[in-house]
Ligand binder design. Sequence first.
Ligand code: AMP
Length: 218
Amino acid sequence: MRLILLGPPGAGKGTQCKHVVDKYGMKHMSSGDILRAERAAGSDLGKSAQGYMDSGKLVPDDVIIGMMIGAMKDATGGYVLDGFPRTVAQGEALDKALSAVGEKIDAIVNLQVPDEVIDARMTGRRSCPKCGQVYHILNMKPAVEGQCDNGCGELVQRADDTSEVVANRLKIYHEQTAAVVGYYEGTGSLIINVDANQAVDDVTASVLGELDKIDQAE
Ligand code: AMP
């Protein structure tokens, strides 16, 4: 399966992607994770993305498109895209690259969460800088406060998960990324809308229930 997981920052895209990958075995391709790895490695791409990421702005389309289309070439067993496309231009470039090799996206899962819920979710998020595991100080607590369950050490708050930056990321989501859903509606793609303002397990059950239908039809 080739999937896109859409939704505002803090909708739980990363968490749901992990469940989808565990069940169907495709590759999880997160543009944010790839960018953070580039930054950690000190690459030119990582350095050029740094300022945009820390202020909650989008990294320019040409940088992201080249990075993601390049990374997808290795994912022959299908993938779930997380955080990409985030603009209509990125969606168009993705579709162009896929149709050039006779492929297409099977479905877009659109996680829906009201803005007022997002701030609490994101500012409480903590993650492990070593293994990438994500926690929440209220509803996905680690066994020991502030420590990764996988034994890696201290958890951190992402620089772009502070209230001020979250507000900016939400603004950008509404200005640029929400239109991606409209773009895919216009191309006649299968869009699965999921209420993501429920307990994580219920969101997962909804997402996997819908994807099972596609999996069985394949
Ligand atoms: P994420 O982990 O998906 O929330 O992404 C973190 C940050 O990386 C975003 O706030 C952007 O600065 C940048 N980023 C990730 N994906 C994209 C994308 N598709 N287009 C532009 N910027 C992106």
